[in-house]
Design a protein around this ligand. Structure first.
Ligand SMILES: Nc1nc2c(c(=O)[nH]1)N=C([C@H](O)[C@@H](O)CO)CN2
Length: 118
């Protein structure tokens, strides 16, 4: 199994359970690992045969920017479903960090794995 990844993608959005959080935009940090087999793309030197991290980053930015979830958990599940459906990803590991949420912590958030690796 091979991995195409995106690390440290920063996106501003409305997210949080408190009233004050519904009135501001906060920065989330996305780390994403996606299972794939890169051999066909490598053989053909062909972007069409692999997971295009630029296209996936653009989709993530669009979706997260437009969303207004309360919980990171809810956003993470929606992102996983969307990416697996739209880009035919069999397995992914997604980390959503909310670095500003707890001032005493460097970062807080969730990590999920969905699908089956091969
Ligand atoms: N497991 C979670 N815990 C908390 C979340 C969350 O989304 N998932 N959210 C908050 C607040 O919105 C927080 O980020 C404000 O500082 C608290 N705990």
């Amino acid at each position: 199994m091979d991995i195409v990844y995106i690390r440290g993608l920063q996106v501003e959005t409305v997210i949080g359970i408190y009233d004050w959080e519904r009135t501001i935009r906060q920065t989330l940090c996305v780390d994403l690992e996606m299972a794939t087999d890169i051999r066909a793309a490598a053989r053909g030197d062909d972007i069409e045969r692999t997971l295009n991290y630029k296209a996936i980053s653009d989709r993530l930015i669009e979706f997260i920017s437009d969303s207004e979830f309360l919980l990171l958990e809810a956003l993470a599940e929606e992102i996983a479903t969307l990416l697996m459906d739209e880009f035919s990803i069999p397995w992914l590991r997604l980390k959503l960090g909310k670095p500003g949420a707890v001032p005493q912590a460097q970062d807080v958030g969730v990590v999920i794995e969905r699908g089956e690796a091969f």
